[in-house]
Design a protein around this ligand. Structure first.
Ligand code: ADP
Ligand code: MG
Length: 319
């Protein structure tokens, strides 16, 4: 890294902050961080590559937000409490304005969810941001993809398809990209990880996943891991007014089924838990929709008007 701003100045100026959690014995500045962990550790890592996971035009503040948000969302889906993060940053150049805005986006979310940045790595190269997030479990065990049972209700939080629609408009995949509604853009640029919902669900749900690759793909993972099938009613998909205002119903539903990047939670629970789950969502001011149920079959059956659709496309696949 060049232009007067060396690697160590970057770290000191933008990323070295006092840890607030007393469990952090040693944070940024030594050869490694030291944390006092008193129970199971939940660990996730996610990498964002410029041009692959976000367009080069995305504001640095949003890049900072998303790099942590995608990991917070993984921990939310585990019903875990996020605690400590490491940030591996590969930068093409040391641009103070970029770093300032990136750090602002990162730390806004980190402080809101009580996450301390305890370490990382800073190198030069194409823009790649990799965040590792560590968390702890407060209930008896983690919420996994594998606990679903036939007869479970399938739920999703919030609304689906907004982020994928925004990305399609942003990258010109949609022919008419003149107008990108700010609500849709916000859903892509500043996804809100459902951390508190995940914590509450850890005692109520059987299985959970965060919707990062698209509902069909992600609910498919629950089915596979839980060794069951699912029925999904397309009419029930929660679609935002912003999405419906910009796209015809069919296209909106397609985004909701197969578009990624929403970072909502998809989870399953026994019908008896329905009331408690609704109360939880209400208390968090979060929209919750029951979209189907798990079956003792072996496939994900997507239905429209009671008839099975052959939707063909899976979610986002990297290779
Ligand atoms: P080492 O050479 O031992 O790998 P580094 O010079 O890479 O150490 O890092 C020095 C210290 O700064 C370490 O504590 C490391 O965790 C921290 N660090 C480096 N880059 C970042 C970053 N982007 N964010 C937070 N901490 C960082
Ligand atoms: Mg290093």
């Amino acid at each position: 890294v060049h232009s007067g701003l060396g690697e160590f100045e970057i770290i000191k100026r933008y990323f070295e902050r006092e840890a607030r959690d007393p469990a952090v014995i040693l944070g940024v500045g030594d050869d490694a961080a030291v944390i006092d962990v008193d129970g199971p550790l939940v660990v996730a890592v996610d990498t964002l590559v410029e041009g692959r996971h976000f367009p080069p035009t995305l504001p640095p503040e949003s890049v900072g937000h998303r790099s942590l948000a995608v990991n917070l969302s993984d921990l939310a889906a585990m019903g875990a409490r996020p605690r400590w993060a490491c940030l591996a940053l590969t930068l093409p150049k040391a641009d103070p304005d970029w770093l300032e805005a990136f750090a602002a986006g990162f730390f806004e979310l980190a402080s809101r969810f009580g996450v301390d940045l305890v370490g990382g790595d800073t190198t030069r190269g194409p823009l790649i941001i990799s965040v590792q997030l560590l968390g702890t479990i407060e209930s008896t065990s983690a919420l996994t993809r594998a606990g679903g049972r036939p007869g479970d209700d399938v739920y999703v939080t919030g609304s689906l398809g907004d982020a994928a629609a925004a990305l399609a408009l942003l990258t010109g995949q949609e022919s008419d990209n003149a107008d990108l509604p700010s609500e849709l853009m916000h859903r892509f640029a500043y996804p809100e990880p459902r951390v508190d919902m995940g914590l509450g669900l850890s005692a109520l749900a059987h299985s959970a996943i965060d919707v990062s690759d698209g509902l069909v793909a992600d609910l498919g993972h629950i089915c596979e891991r839980s060794r069951c099938g699912a029925e999904l009613a397309v009419e029930k998909l929660p679609l935002s007014t912003a999405l419906l205002g910009r796209f015809p119903l069919d296209a909106a539903r397609q985004f909701a089924l197969t578009g990624g990047d929403d970072y909502e939670l998809c989870f399953t629970a026994a019908p008896e838990a329905a009331e408690a789950i609704e109360q939880l969502a209400d208390s968090l001011n979060l929209t919750l929709t029951s979209i189907g149920r798990l079956t003792d079959g072996d496939r994900l059956d997507v239905q429209l008007g009671g008839r099975s659709l052959d939707i063909g496309v899976a979610g986002y696949a990297h290779f």
